[in-house]
Ligand binder design. Structure first.
Ligand SMILES: Cc1ncc(COP(=O)(O)O)c(C=O)c1O
Length: 358
């Protein structure tokens, strides 16, 4: 099976496992774990902030960021497919008493104008005070799209003009950085809080970090403990993070090249892939245009040895390249996908939409 369901599926490499075995550890809750401290220092610098806090998951990192930057009853703006909005089980309401307002976009990137129009009037007695804007880079639901730094600066300036805080869900920020050539710190410095996941493209078994000012991270550490995320000999896992920052960042370019090759191979075979969408390690395949539901398409692919998952939009499948997918795997995946859809090769023309090419 060529497993392209997610970039979270990677196995720790033998070298990463060696780093884990060799890790010096201590009681992380007491700030006595040297490997966690080393990872936090690396992450703070990488993300352009004073301090970083090591956490078990990127979901916890996002939820702590929101709690740190808001008061109960505040309103938060996020893109409609943002992870923090759609896929964290209503955590902002449960953990922090927040109201979420969604911004609609084609690919996850919103504009300064959208923020301006969404902000509730300050002092209004009938609406929740808008307090925070959440960004996601790369944007998962949008198919791994990258925010250009110029657009981020424009939208952040609008948010600041309304006295709003800004948070960056940078679960895949290193993909964005490698694809755009913008250093992660340059992205990170624009925000009050920035998170980074270690268990996606970076290939760790688990772990995430949040970064911000010393004052904000003191609060974040308190919420980490409150949420049950304060650990003990966590250096065992942090060692994988340090290893990944040393060895798995530049190689993300290979994942991006593999995704591009996959998309082009499928498009050349006449399959409905939007080549413009492919900026990082995501490829989207529109099952509806093959006259199939996402379930039917996944079943056919599985029979040909290719595993894809559902994208955020209905009847669209996604393939993610990652550390465990080689250039040869990509060629096999292309061949398997073409076999899977050989009986529905001709893309369906959907009502009211432009026909192919894709
Ligand atoms: C953009 C984004 N943020 C946050 C998360 C949450 O990550 P975790 O599974 O580590 O909680 C994900 C997971 O897919 C994600 O794609």
């Amino acid at each position: 099976m060529i497993d392209l369901r997610s970039d979270t599926l990677t196995q720790p490499t033998p070298e990463m496992r060696r780093a884990i075995v060799a890790a010096a550890v201590g009681d992380e809750q007491k700030r006595e774990d040297p490997t966690v401290i080393a990872l936090e220092e690396r992450a703070a610098e990488l993300l352009g902030h004073d301090e970083a806090v090591f956490l078990p998951t990127a979901t916890m990192a996002n939820q702590i960021a929101l709690k740190t930057l808001t008061q109960p009853g505040d309103e938060v703006l996020a893109e409609e497919l943002a992870h923090v909005f759609r896929y964290e089980l209503g955590g902002p309401a449960v953990h922090s008493g927040l109201v979420m307002k969604s911004l609609s976009t084609p690919h996850g990137l919103f504009t300064a104008e959208q923020v301006r129009e969404a902000v509730n009037p300050p002092g209004d007695l009938h609406t929740a005070p808008t307090r925070l804007v959440c960004f996601e880079n790369t944007h998962n639901g949008g198919g791994g799209r990258v925010w250009p730094i110029e657009l981020i600066r424009e939208v952040v300036a609008e948010a600041r003009a309304h006295d709003l805080s800004v948070h960056l869900d940078g679960a895949r920020l290193m993909n964005a950085s490698v694809a755009s050539g913008t250093p992660a710190a340059e992205y990170g410095r624009e925000f009050d809080a920035v998170t980074l996941c270690l268990s996606k493209g970076l290939g760790c078994p688990l772990g995430a970090v949040i970064a911000g000012s010393h004052e904000r991270m003191a609060k974040a550490r308190r919420y980490k403990h409150l949420f049950g995320g304060a650990m003990r000999q966590a250096g065992i896992v942090a060692a994988a993070g340090v290893y990944a920052l040393d060895h798995h960042v530049d190689r993300l370019a290979e994942d991006h090249a593999n995704a591009r090759r996959l998309a082009e191979g499928l498009a050349e075979a006449g399959l409905p892939v939007d080549l413009e969408q492919v900026e990082t390690n995501f490829v989207q395949l529109d099952a509806a245009r093959l006259g199939l539901t996402a379930d039917e398409a996944v079943t056919r692919l599985r029979a040909e040895g290719v595993l894809l998952s559902f994208a955020a939009r209905k009847d669209v499948l996604r393939a993610l390249t990652h550390l465990d997918i080689s250039a040869e795997d990509v060629e096999e995946a292309i061949a398997g996908t073409v076999r899977a859809f050989s009986s529905s090769q001709r893309p369906v023309e959907l009502a009211g939409e432009a026909p192919t090419p894709y």
